[in-house]
Each structure stands twice: as structure tokens, then as C-alpha cells.
Ligand binder design. Structure first.
Ligand code: F6R
Length: 365
């Protein structure tokens, strides 16, 4: 049932504040301001290295988690797409090795095969999965459910933000187990995580602005998305959403990689979506953005009010999001890129919920 919405995708985008809150209830305790896991006796302090494996949008959630594990838990992380991982010869030490698989369906063939491969290599298996009865859920040592509810739209939206919520809590749990989180810092993280649903709501309030911008993107043949840090996986996710439902060619790039090739593509006809919240990486990304503008590129800047005040001039459009903690920012910044892909696709008249050539669950290689 799509409710009042024209498509499941839009309904699922709008469900995000509720389902993220629902997911977080299993991972944070407001009574004592602690993060927790559904399986409390799993020994996180023994983990020495994390190997993250997934496909598509779930892979981008894993990429965000890699940055978080490094920053907040000082944990070394390997990351790969499942179809590559299973045919490489990845080196995994059994001692202290945690392999983390992320999947909405829990049935993706490559991810499931990678899970079995990691198990054979002596890894403990953690799974972030949205379907609790799935194969991956059954094969996990540490089952970490995302409570997004059934996702019908083929393009993943609410499953992604719920995966991010689980991963943020997992990183905080590992950081605590590793002695890298004071009770004060933990309390602070719990408070920020609890504010995620309302921040996502504020991001949804940009829907009209995104809708107004969409007609300017529709004529494009190519679109670039740029970001740094955890905004790099969001750039990749934005590009994936746009191509899969609107069939416009799009690429996500690490902002600093622009000058190593893709800048040659820039002219007035190539919109560039820049994802850059204010913060330590802001100036760097803005200078990449200015290189684009100097070549006639049309920029859409997604930032917060401070970022837009500092660098919004000369942009085709700006979208202002709330200023939030780095552990919740990707959940908030996901919203405008989802909405942009959605509105562009609607104008183009594509089958938004059932894009051509795609299946919701990829159970063959
Ligand atoms: C993109 C999308 C796909 C899936 C990928 C993995 O919108 O939906 O890229 O993310 O097929 O699927 P799961 O998460 O079920 O393993």
C-alpha cells in the first residue's frame, strides 16, 4: 500500500524518520545513555580487524562504516564488493577477525557466497540485514537487524539509512569495547543518534526545493557527484540512485580525484552535485567545487547554512540541511540525493519502483 504517495520509493523515503527511530531502539538505551547490541554477550573487545563486504547501496553503507571504524574505533578495515571479494585471495587472520556483511534482502548471491568464504577462513560473522528470516540472518554469529520494514521500491532508500543507523551503533559499541569511548562521549553519541530522526525530518523538508531543482537536471546527459570523507560514499550512492531510476549517466567521485581526469568532462551541460557539510573537510571540497565552476560547470551545493553562506554564491542551487554529528550526517545527507533521483525520474516518466533490467533481490551471480 502506497498510502498517499504516488510510488513506493517516495513512501519509503518519507518513512525514514520512523524506521530509523525504530531501528535505533534496538541499539541505544536512553535510560542509561548507552549504546548496546541485540546480542549483549558477543565479545567485541577481541576484534582486531574488520572485513566489510556487500553489494550496491549496501556496499556504500559499508564504505561509510569503514571511515567511522577508523575514526571512532581506530580499527583497521578492509572493504570490498562481494563479487570481487569472493574471487580475490583476501588475507584474513582468524585471530580477532570479524567479517561484516551488509544486505537488505539477506539473499544476495555474491554476498552470501562471500560470507561462507569468510567463515571458512575462520572469521566471526556479523550481518546487518533487513529481512530477519533470510539466509544471511541464519548464518550470522552476530545478527544485527535493521528494522526498516519491507522495502518494495527496487531502489534502496530506507534500508540504506537504517543500515547506517545500525553501523553507527556498532562502531560506537566497538569503540567502547576497545576503551576508545569515555562515558561522556558515549552519552554524547547516544544523544546525537537519538536526534537523527528529527534531523532526517528536517532534510525531508527540502523536498520542495529538490523538486524545483529536478527539471534543471532532467536534460543532462551526464551528472557528477562529488564528496570527501563519508560524503564520498554518499556521492557514489547519489550517482547510483540517479542512474538506476532515471537512466541518466552519473558518476560519483572523491572530490580530490576531479583533477585526475573527470574534470575534462565539465562544461555547462554537466551538472555537478557537491555534498559538503561545513567542517574540517569543507574548504578542500569547496576548492574542488570552484575548479568546476571556473570551467563553466553548474553546481548544486548540498550543505548546511554555514556552508551555504560561505560558498553558495554562484551555484545553480543550494540545499540546506541541519548541522549534525558525523555519525548521523550520512543518514541526513542521503535524503536529498534520494529525492533528487526520484523527482528527476518522475519527470522523465520512468518506472520508478521497477526500473528496467533490475531485480529487487539479486540471487544469481
Ligand atoms: C540500489 C540497490 C542495489 C542493492 C544491491 C544489494 O538501489 O538497491 O544496489 O543495494 O543489489 O542488495 P542487498 O542489500 O539486498 O544485498
Amino acid at each position: 500500500d502506497k498510502g498517499n504517495h504516488r510510488h513506493f520509493m517516495l513512501k519509503e523515503i518519507y518513512e525514514q524518520p520512523v524506521v530509523v527511530a525504530q531501528t535505533l531502539r534496538s541499539y541505544v538505551r536512553r535510560i542509561d545513555d548507552q549504546v548496546s547490541l541485540p546480542i549483549p554477550d558477543f565479545d567485541l573487545s577481541a576484534i582486531r580487524r574488520v572485513t566489510i563486504v556487500a553489494c550496491g547501496t549496501s556496499f556504500y553503507a559499508g564504505m561509510v562504516a569503514k571511515y567511522w571504524f577508523e575514526q571512532f574505533a581506530r580499527m583497521p578495515v578492509d572493504l570490498d564488493v562481494a563479487s570481487e571479494f569472493r574471487y580475490r585471495a583476501p588475507v584474513m587472520e582468524p585471530e580477532g577477525g570479524l567479517a561484516l556483511f551488509i544486505s537488505q534482502s539477506g539473499e544476495t548471491a555474491d554476498t552470501l557466497a562471500a560470507l561462507r568464504h569468510a567463515r571458512a577462513e575462520g572469521q566471526k560473522i556479523a550481518v546487518v540485514v533487513n529481512v530477519p528470516t533470510s539466509s544471511m540472518a541464519r548464518e550470522a554469529d552476530l545478527l544485527l537487524p535493521s528494522h526498516a520494514g519491507p522495502e518494495i521500491g527496487v531502489a534502496s532508500t530506507k534500508a540504506f539509512t537504517c543500515q547506517l543507523a545500525v553501523l553507527a551503533a556498532l562502531v560506537a559499541n566497538v569503540a567502547r569495547a576497545k576503551g576508545r569511548l569515555t562515558p561522556e562521549e558515549e552519552k554524547d553519541i547516544v544523544r546525537h543518534l537519538s536526534e537523527a530522526p528529527s534531523a532526517i525530518n528536517q532534510a525531508l523538508a527540502q523536498d520542495e526545493a529538490v523538486q524545483a531543482l529536478a527539471p534543471l537536471i532532467v536534460p543532462a546527459r551526464d551528472v557528477l557527484y562529488l564528496g570527501r570523507g563519508t560524503d564520498y560514499p554518499l556521492a557514489l550512492e547519489g550517482a547510483l540512485k540517479l542512474k538506476e531510476i532515471s537512466y541518466i549517466h552519473a558518476e560519483g567521485y572523491a572530490a580530490g580525484e576531479m583533477k585526475h581526469g573527470p574534470i575534462a568532462l565539465i562544461d555547462e551541460a554537466v551538472p555537478v552535485i557537491v555534498i559538503a557539510p561545513s567542517g574540517p573537510l569543507f574548504e578542500k571540497t569547496v576548492s574542488n567545487m570552484q575548479e568546476v565552476q571556473a570551467r563553466g560547470g553548474k553546481v548544486v551545493l548540498i550543505s548546511d547554512e554555514d556552508g551555504i553562506a560561505a560558498a553558495g554564491e554562484g551555484c545553480l542551487a543550494t540545499l540546506a540541511l541541519p548541522k549534525v554529528h558525523p555519525l548521523i550526517a550520512p543518514m541526513v545527507y542521503a535524503v536529498p540525493v534520494q529525492l533528487l533521483a526520484y523527482h528527476v525520474a518522475v519527470i522523465k516518466g520512468t518506472d520508478v519502483d521497477q526500473p528496467r533490467n533490475l531485480a529487487k533481490s539479486v540471487t544469481v551471480e
